[in-house]
Design a protein around this ligand. Structure first.
Ligand SMILES: [Cu+2]
Length: 144
């Protein structure tokens, strides 16, 4: 590959990325807030428990549905480092998507200490600008 072509390729890739980002980001309105209704920070819970999602000043829409001031919930479980807020969120055991528009879930975790946090994503699973991220809470899962 010639050097000129390579530079052209890189420049195209960068501008495409910027264009992608601008086109696919969603803004969050002032006062938007996501929080975990229950459990509460420090709660002791059974292995399988319900997590309820709270959202203020925004609405819930399923993944793929592009409506202003909406998004779907992502539950971050034991995630030490926050995901890249510029990209679609990965799907993993630690980043669970609720693309159906769910506002609560039942999860099963191993006994011990765990952290939970909610992050709203837009129709393409990309965090809003600015991100709508809850406080991180800690729960203690009982050994029975
Ligand atoms: Cu998602």
């Amino acid at each position: 590959m010639s050097r000129t072509f390579l530079l052209f390729f890189i420049a195209t890739a960068i501008s495409w990325n910027v264009a992608f980002a601008e086109k696919h980001f969603s803004e969050s309105p002032p006062g938007a807030k996501v929080y975990i209704i229950s459990p509460k920070d420090g709660d002791v819970v059974g292995k399988t428990f319900t997590v309820r999602f709270g959202l203020v000043n925004m609405g819930v829409a399923p993944a793929g549905v592009k409506l202003p001031n909406t998004g779907h919930h992502h539950l971050l479980i034991d995630l030490e480092t926050l995901p890249d807020m510029e990209k679609p969120l990965a799907f993993s055991e630690n980043v669970r998507h609720f693309g159906g528009g769910q506002t609560e879930t039942e999860i099963t975790l191993a006994p011990g200490k765990h952290t939970l946090r909610l992050l709203l994503g837009n129709y393409l699973h990309i965090p809003h600008k600015p991100p709508v991220l809850s406080e991180k809470i800690t729960v203690i899962v009982k050994d029975k």
